[in-house]
Each structure stands twice: as C-alpha cells, then as structure tokens.
Design a protein. Structure first.
Lengths: 400, 319
C-alpha cells in the first residue's frame, strides 16, 4: 500500500515536472536569465547579496510597467537556476538559458570563480556580462579577453590599498602607532589582498609585527588572535571571509585585543555583523562601505527591506543592484534587444544608479567604496575611489 | 588473445555506441552538449571508480583528491608544457598518490578505509592550499585554452572508452581473477597464495590515474582553478551515489546510474530551483526504497523472472 502511494506521488511529481514552467505568455516580455548559488558553499553569500537584489530589481521594473525597448514597454520575466556553487552546473545553466530558454539577457553569476568559468560561454553567445561580485586583480585582462564583460566590484589591489590608506590617515591623526598585525585567509582573495596590502603598508612606514595565514574554512582562530596580541600591535588587519571575519572579531573581543584600528574583510559589511556584536562593532573597519546619508541609498535600503524582507549588506548589495540598473538603462538607451547594441551602450554610456553615476573605463568601473566603519549600527564608508561622501575614520575604543 | 564470438559482438556493439555518441556535437552545440559533457564526466569517473570498488567492495571517497590533483596538474603548468603532457602528468601524480595511500591503508578494511579516503581529499586540499600560500602570492590559477565543450566531450568519451577497455583487459588477466577471489573472500585469497595487498594497490592506482585524467580534462572547462572547486567533496559523494544507483557488479553498471541520475537531477533543479535539496532528498529515499540493488539489479531481476516464465511455459508444454 505504502509502495503504491509513493508510486502515485512520484508519478504526480513527474507529471508536474513535465508541465511548462511559465504559464501561457500572451504578451511579449523581456526574458532575463539568472544562474547563481542557492546551495553549496556560496549559497549563504548568494542569499545575502545576490538573489534579493535580482528579486528587488524585477519587482521594481515591473511595477514601473517594464523596460522601454524602442517604442514598446516590456515587462521582465525572470528564469532562475541554482548552480549549486559548481562550475559544471553553472556552465550547463548558462547553456540552458542561452539555447533552450532563449533568454534576451543574462544576469551575472555570483563569485569570481563562477564568473570566470562562465565568461567564455556568455561571450560566445554575445550577451553583455556585467559582473558585480568578482573581485580580482585580473579584471583588466578579463575585460580585454571578453569585450562583452564589465567589472563593477574593482580589484583586490584597490581594496587593500584603501585599507592601508585608512590606517595611514588614522596614524597621521595620532590615533594609532606604527605596528600592524596582518593576517589573511589562504585563498585567491586573501593572497591577492595581502600581496597588495603588505607592500602598501610598508611603503607608508608601518612595521608588520605579526603575519599569519590560515586555510579557508578555519573555525578556530583563537591562536591567531593570541599570537597577534603577544606582538602588541597598534592595528589589526585581517583579509578575511565572512566565517572568519566573525570568528576573528569574536576572539578579539574575548581576548581583549587592544588596538586602535581593527580591520576585517568580507562580512564586516553584513547587517548580521552589527546584529551579532552590537555596540562592540563600533569603530570596526571592514571591506566595503556606502554613504548611508545619501538619499538614493536610503531609499534603496528601505525598498530592499520592504520587498525582500531582509536588509541589504553595506557593500556588494548596492553594486549588484547598480549592475542591474546599468543593464536596464543600456537596453533603454540602445532601444533594442540586440545584444551587440546593448554592449556598445554599456561601453559608452553613463548610468544613473543607486551608487551614483557609473561609467566604465575600458569595461571596468572605477567608482567604488573600499573601506567602511561601523558607527551606531550603520556602516559608513571611510575610503572610496571616485565617490564622494566618505567620513573621517575614528579610533576603535575597546570592545564594550 | 582468444576472443569468443560473444565478446566480439559486445565489442562491436560498444564501438557502435561510442561512435554514435561521438557524433552528438554535430547535432547540438548548446545545452544538450553541456549536459552530455556532465554525463560523460561522471560516466568516466564512476566507471573508473567501479574498476576498483566494484570487485573489492571497498568504498572509496577519495575521488575528489585524484580529480583535484589532475585539475591542478593542468592549472600549475598550462603555461609551460603542452596539454597532452599535462594529462600524462595528471595520471602519474594521481597514480602515485593512490599507490602511497594504498600501501598505507589497503591493509585496512571496511569502514576504516572509507573514513581514511574521506579525510584524504581534505588533506590533499589543505596541502595544496598551504603550498600555494607558501610559495606563490596567487591562489587562483587560470587555464585559458582554445578548447570548447565539444573537445572536452570527445576527450571524456575517449577516456570512458579507455576505462572500459582497461576494465575488460583486467577482467581477463590474472589480476582480474585475483580480484574476484578477493572480492568473494579475502582470507581464502590469502590462503591460495594471492598477494592481496599488491593486487589491490595496483588496481587502486589504475583507478586513481583515470580519475586524475578526468580532472585534467575538466580543467580547461573550469578556467579558474581553486582548491574548493577542484577538491569539491560533492564529486566523491556523487560518484558513489551514481555508481551504486547503477550497480557495481558489472563494469557497465554505473552507466545506467549516471544517465538517469544526471537527467533527473537536471529536471529537478530546473523545475524547482528553490527546493532542489528537498526534492533530491526525496529522490534518494525513493531510490533506496525501490531499487536497493541498483538499476542493474532491476534488469537482472527482470531477466530472471522472464527466464523462469519461459521455462515454466516450456514445462507446461512438455507435460
């Protein structure tokens, strides 16, 4: 009996699976495809910074009545796939979007690795590829290799140099001394940042009193903080990922690491960071930043909360949304679904986004926040390239 | 070489199937080619895995370690050496690791071996990470070649064919006979004078080398090589699941697991992008519940039933 019931269930599930995914579409729509992690190691990051912005953008566009393509106003239909954080799945998804679903445009995949793995295919089908979550020093090379690709989150170098400059400003203002403890996660991101950050710090006259790396996925960072503490630094810099960003902060708090500047990498800009550490987060420096006093950003953050039910982070979220705005406005400027024309429009145009006006120089966006600092539950940008509104960084005062 | 007419027929049929499969890129360059590449990759991996795990009943979770080493062999030297050489290096490196590991662990059996191989992939990943952090300042390696999906598809097809031929050759050899005895009863094998440890190590190395080559072939497809993707533990688990779904008693068993598994998973993830994990979990339960002996088990069961009916009918007539 049980077996028969299960069989019946399986049969109905199979029938359901065979039904066409979209209902009968009467009107012409603009089909947008998206493939990014919903599960796997990057599922969490995708759920925080990537998917909610796609959801918000589709919602916003359709509320406005759609995207103007020539003399028509087309609503957006989203086709989404989970790439399970695997390159094989990501490649297959892009192929499916391009050749089975025949989508008009494709939204960027998530993370450096998946963007690079899918870039040759996206280029072959001639879609504009506006990446908003890839951060590597290879962007200029990639932009040249794939002329249809655009890189909005900048380079590791910019991020690391921003951190070094912020420490320099704190030192020159007399807030901290010359000794820095430098740690980083041992993967592409951490190595590139440390590779650029260390010389930048040394050039600025800082002395590296402690240096260490730890493998990706390390849970116990207590020894790192205690050794760093033993070296008595004036500032702590950790080029870290979300998991270790939280762990390093927690240990610094527990062990009372007494520094005038505490910098951590990805994850510092998450709303969950302030949620976890509360007042102790005050004065923490981290990768990213926004201008929370800016009216456009405030409006964006409010809508993000309202539509998706979650707060955006203070870094990649706004960049991701801006990337979608660039696509939308480029389609309207080109006035056609023709992909080559839209790519040309992205190359030459200026776009009005939640991050302010964006223009690409050789396919790379140079207007970026690099460092932010927590102040009463808000992550203020303290260093940026080509964007106004940075505030002066302050000394970190204890962990209370 | 004495080939029976039965073997020649199977060989010809196999060659015809492979030739037919090789024409696929002529019909589609898009999605269907991509999913076929995925199917072909797992066909190669699962068959190579079955080479060792089928006869010995040792469940190895080290696939990701060999696969990652193969990928890294290409990633590290793609700018210095020609690609075919790198594929050879991948095979050698993976076989060496398999030899080392085999020497250390194949005297273990049962669950100890499973746990060890599970840890092995992670150990190799950490070693690679450490070495890269120590000696270079860049972790991600880029592999840019002119190879497209169809080239990778053909290479994987050739690899799968090579695995089959090797498997068939081993079955006919002294090693194959030794493996059958070991699989049935290791103590008996020892008593009749088979060097069981040596036989197992050799087979483990062959299997590892093929998995390493599969990794080397996949590297140009990944383009960006980093430890978490190259040594992704999911690869190890998927290989075991698909091979068991197919059945490991026959070398072609995994094939009948890989093809339906990949297609069903694809339909699931396309139709239910937000509930993939739940649906896949239910699918696993259904598989274990309905087909505990794998698809080959089902086929053999059906055949036995059919034969029994035939004989029954025959007897009735005689009576």
């Amino acid at each position: 009996m049980l077996r028969r019931t299960l069989l019946a269930l399986a049969a109905s599930a199979a029938t359901l699976a065979m039904l066409p995914a979209a209902g009968l579409a009467q009107d012409e729509v603009l089909k947008i495809g998206a493939s990014a992690p919903k599960t796997g190691p990057l599922g969490g990051g995708g759920a925080t910074s990537h998917w909610p912005n796609i959801q918000l953008w589709v919602n916003d566009v359709n509320e406005r009545g759609g995207i103007k393509v020539g003399d028509k106003q087309l609503k957006v239909e989203l086709i989404e796939y989970d790439d399970k954080t695997s390159a094989e799945e990501a490649i297959k998804n892009i192929q499916r979007l391009a050749t089975v679903d025949n989508v008009d445009f494709i939204v960027t995949p998530y993370s450096t690795g998946l963007n690079v793995a899918t870039a040759p295919l996206i280029a072959r089908y001639g879609y504009p590829h506006i990446t908003t979550s890839a951060i590597t020093d290879g962007v200029e090379e990639f932009a040249e290799r794939w002329p249809n690709s655009f890189w909005m989150l900048g380079t590791s170098r910019e991020l690391a140099v921003g951190a070094a400059e912020t420490l320099t400003r704190l030192r020159d203002a007399g807030h901290i001394g010359n000794k820095v403890a430098l740690v980083h996660v041992a993967d592409a991101f951490g190595l590139e940042l440390a590779g650029a950050g260390k010389p930048a710090l040394e050039e600025a006259g800082f002395e590296i009193v402690y240096e260490a790396s730890y493998p990706f996925g390390t849970q116990d960072v207590a020894p790192i903080i205690s050794q760093a503490k033993a070296a008595a630094p004036d500032a702590f810099v950790g080029f870290s990922y979300p998991g270790d960003t939280f762990a390093l902060t927690e240990q610094a708090q527990i062990q009372g690491l007494d520094v005038g500047a505490f910098y951590v990498g990805v994850g510092a800009s998450f709303p969950a960071y302030a949620g976890r550490f509360g007042a102790a987060a005050n004065g923490v420096l981290g990768a990213g930043g926004t201008n929370p006093d800016d009216a456009t950003i405030q409006e964006y953050r409010a809508r993000h909360k309202e539509v998706t039910g979650a707060e955006p982070d203070y870094w990649a979220s706004a960049v991701t949304y801006s990337g979608l705005q660039v696509l939308e406005q480029a389609i309207e400027q080109a006035g056609t679904k023709d992909r080559a024309a839209v790519i040309e429009a992205i190359k030459t145009g200026t776009f009005d986004t939640v991050m302010g006006p964006i223009k690409f120089e050789n396919n790379v966006n140079r207007s970026l926040w690099t460092v932010g600092q927590w102040k009463d539950g808000v992550f203020h940008g303290v260093a940026a390239n080509g964007i106004d509104g940075a505030i002066e960084p302050v000394r970190k005062e204890g962990w209370e | 070489m004495n080939l029976t007419s039965h073997e020649i027929r199977i060989g010809l049929a196999g060659a015809a199937v492979a030739a037919l499969a090789a024409t696929l890129p002529l019909f589609d360059q898009g999605y269907y080619l991509s999913i076929s590449v995925n199917i072909m990759l797992y066909a190669a991996l699962c068959t190579a895995w079955t080479l060792f795990s089928g006869p010995t009943h040792y469940i190895s979770l080290a696939t990701a370690a060999f696969f990652g080493l193969g990928t890294y062999s290409v990633g590290l030297w793609i700018n210095h050496l020609p690609y075919p050489v790198l594929v050879g290096i991948a095979a050698l490196v993976s076989a060496s690791l398999a030899g080392l590991v085999g020497a250390a662990t194949l005297r273990l059996s049962g669950v100890y071996f499973v746990i060890f191989t599970l840890g092995l992939a992670e150990l190799v990943r950490q070693l690679v990470t450490w070495a890269q952090a120590k000696f270079t300042t860049r972790m991600g390696l880029y592999v840019f070649t002119d190879m497209t999906e169809e080239h990778i598809y053909w290479m994987l097809l050739a690899l799968t064919v090579a695995v089959f031929i090797t498997g068939w050759a081993i079955n006919r050899s002294r090693l194959g006979f030794a493996m059958q005895v070991i699989g049935n009863d290791e103590t008996v094998a020892k008593h009749v004078g088979i060097d069981t440890a040596r036989a197992k190590i050799v087979l483990f190395m062959v299997s590892g080398a093929f998995i390493g080559i599969a990794g080397a072939i996949s590297a140009p497809r990944y383009a960006y090589i980093e430890p978490p993707s190259a040594f992704n533990p999911m690869i190890s688990f998927l290989v075991v699941i698909m091979a068991l779904l197919g059945g490991t008693k026959r070398l072609w068993g995994p094939l009948v697991g890989v093809v339906p598994f990949t297609i069903v998973m694809d339909i699931v993830s396309a139709r239910f992008p937000n509930h993939t994990s739940i649906v896949i979990g239910l699918a696993f339960l259904a598989i274990v519940y309905f087909i505990p002996n794998g698809v080959t088990g089902l086929i053999e069961q059906a055949r036995a039933k059919w034969q029994a009916r035939q004989t029954a009918v025959g007897e009735e007539k005689a009576a």
